[in-house]
Ligand binder design. Structure first.
Ligand code: MN
Length: 288
């Protein structure tokens, strides 16, 4: 199934490629609108039959004409994998690297970082550039959505704790600051348009994906080249912290990262999961 958040943070299930059915009324009306997707995921065992039935029989609304929000607008946390593809490690350091001359290690050294949940934005928004004199990069990533609470889960059991997947951009300010600062500006975590449930995606270790900027190919990869694959990421992060329903894991970016600037259009396509299109614009000055 494909799950959406739309308009005033209503939740919907895909009926076909062009329509959804509103399933907000399946949830307790006291749930905060921003927490509806978390609630839907946490109660999935109970709600799945009704959601599936709604997808078949409910009143369809055309996606065109709806405001598609980030499908999961407020996870409790977004944990992200640093340097989790070998060729990305190579492009970041060395004599002609993004960080010229630097020695770049990989996830086995850096482990992980947290992105602020408030950095999430959906297809209805834009990537906002906060500075005009700093390099800002796109990073194409597979996003993992946690389904069942995971604490110290073995990799053999890890996928039982995964709800689904979402196209995710880890937008990154280059510089000397800590990753969690450089990657947590508002709008630096675009996701969407939908969360696709794991049963429809199949093996997360064999997903092609590619990213273009203004139709120019920039990144093309397959998740088989992850250093820590999805089961290992769930095992690894759940050793450190409890992963809760609706939490996101940004699995890391492959080679081909590059700068973006206002006026660009970034398109991330993961054929098994979806296509996320995001415009880039300058952030409005504080005192306009
Ligand atoms: Mn990243």
């Amino acid at each position: 199934m494909r799950l959406y958040t739309f308009d005033e943070h209503r939740v919907g299930v895909g009926a076909d490629d062009a329509h959804l059915v509103d399933v907000t009324s399946l949830l307790d009306s006291r749930v905060h609108p921003l927490d509806r997707m978390t609630e839907l995921i946490a109660r999935w065992d109970d709600l799945q039959p009704d959601v599936a039935q709604a997808a078949q029989e409910g009143r369809r609304q055309a996606l065109e004409g709806l405001s598609l929000r980030a499908p999961q607008p407020r996870p409790r946390k977004v944990i992200a994998a640093p340097v989790n593809y070998r060729k990305h490690q190579q492009e970041m350091g060395g004599s002609d690297g993004v960080y010229t001359g630097a020695t770049i290690k990989d996830i086995t050294t850096y482990a992980g970082f947290v992105k602020a949940s408030s950095s999430i934005v959906g297809p209805d928004g834009a990537i906002e550039v906060p500075f005009d004199d700093r390099r800002l990069d796109h990073e194409a990533e597979l996003g993992v959505v946690i389904g069942r609470t995971a604490s110290r889960v073995a990799r053999e059991d890890a996928l039982d704790h995964v709800f689904g997947y979402v196209p995710l951009l880890d937008i990154t300010l280059r510089g000397a600051e800590d990753r969690s600062y450089r990657k947590s500006f508002d709008t630096f975590t675009p996701i969407g348009p939908a969360i696709v449930t794991a049963d429809e995606v199949g093996d997360p270790g064999a997903l092609d994906f590619h990213l273009t900027v203004n139709d120019e190919p920039r990144q093309q990869a397959n998740t088989r080249d992850l250093i820590y694959d999805v089961p290992r990421l769930v095992e690894f992060y759940s050793e450190a912290m409890t992963l809760e329903p609706g939490d996101l894991i940004a699995t890391g970016t492959p080679e081909g990262v590059g700068p973006i600037e206002p006026g660009d259009e970034v398109v991330l396509t993961i054929p098994a999961v979806g296509r996320l299109t995001m415009p880039v614009r300058a952030r409005r000055p504080v005192h306009a």
